[in-house]
Design a protein around this ligand. Structure first.
Ligand code: PBG
Length: 331
């Protein structure tokens, strides 16, 4: 009986091309640069509320002046866009949320301040009622129910006020049905045809948003949960359906949110739709990594690795609280 021939060496030595940094660079498949980052910032109108957010160490609520300095920093670091989240006065939150479309609310003032300071920096906004809603929900609440169509009307007013203030990209994060079509139509009709929409298309009902709700002062307020409008974390087909719908209604770009636990969705969205695809590495993901970094349980390299993973999964860019730190590491 002939014994099987076993070569005395491996048939393929993949380690050959991993041997030196230059050889590795030659076969590197994915890149990450500052151009892939969108930096989310929190801006407060409440005296004394500025400063570090306890559940997001290293991230601060900024004053308007702080927001201007952040914009200058973003421009210096070649970060193309900043995304504004308002922290508004608790006393001024109401059930009718009228401050959401007030031209002088803190979000709109921040848009103007940044556009005056660094006109070329792209300014993205968030469209949802939660920062101005007394019960912390993204839509109007009547008898415990989140109203869809009435909310969409309010979101349109909010969007027009943001466009008027100079926003380049609107980010509807509310998950009401029909909002992208309504926003797109209103922008066209009101003379804002060049304002882009980055739809939070595949937004899941996630526990990873906790620290964000602290940051915008919505935590103690939220009555119930957001499961009647955000997607069940197990639902992949529904997420793809939301993306298809939002693109049909006029979204220029789409987002998957949260990010790291949803990289499968990112890949599928990119492959299926071949449109600009973004992910949001949300507050809870930031808190996990930054908390571990601060305890010396993980090295700072996890920031780069986590962002690179989004690129590998097909994302054109990532909203990340690590944006300035990572842009500095890459510079
Ligand atoms: C709300 C909104 C949320 C985030 C962005 N916009 C929270 C939520 O849906 O409750 C979360 C972002 C983050 O966690 O970093 N419209």
């Amino acid at each position: 009986m002939a014994s099987p021939i076993i070569a005395p060496f491996p048939s393929t030595r993949l380690r050959r091309m991993r041997r030196t940094a230059n050889l590795r660079a030659m076969i590197s498949e994915t890149d990450l640069s500052a151009a892939n980052l969108i930096w989310p910032i929190f801006v407060t109108e409440v005296a004394g509320a500025e400063g570090e957010i306890p559940s997001m160490p290293g991230v601060e609520r900024l004053t308007l002046d702080g927001a201007k300095r952040a914009a200058e920093r973003a421009a210096r670091l070649n970060i193309p866009a900043i995304c504004i989240f308002p922290h508004s006065d608790q006393e001024l939150k109401t059930e009718s949320c009228e401050r959401a479309w007030d031209p002088d609310n803190i979000g709109n003032r921040a848009i103007r301040a940044i556009k005056e300071t660094v006109p070329e920096l792209a300014v993205m906004t968030d469209i949802a009622l939660d920062p101005y809603n007394i019960n912390g929900h993204d839509g109007f609440v009547v008898d415990g129910e989140i109203l869809n169509d009435e909310t969409v009307e309010a979101l349109v007013k909010m969007a027009l006020a943001q466009a008027e203030a100079g926003a380049d990209i609107l980010g509807p994060s509310d998950m009401m049905d029909g909002r992208i079509g309504a926003l797109r139509a209103a922008l066209e009709l009101e003379g804002y045809k060049d304002v882009a929409i980055l739809s939070y298309a595949a937004k899941f009902a996630s526990a990873f948003y906790g620290p964000f709700r602290d940051a915008v002062g919505a935590s103690g307020r939220l009555v119930g949960d957001k499961k009647t409008y955000q997607i069940d974390p197990g639902n992949r087909q529904e997420a793809l359906r939301c993306v298809a719908r939002d693109l049909t209604e006029g979204a220029d770009m789409v987002m998957v949110k949260p990010g790291m636990p949803y990289l499968d969705i990112c890949r599928e969205v990119k492959d299926r739709f071949e449109v600009p695809t973004f992910a949001y590495q949300v507050s809870g993901e930031y808190a996990m990594l930054e908390g571990a970094i601060r305890n010396d349980w993980l090295s700072r390299d996890v920031m780069l690795e986590s962002l690179l993973a989004f690129r590998r999964a097909g994302c054109d860019g990532v909203l990340s609280y690590f944006a300035p730190a990572v842009a500095e590491m890459l510079a």
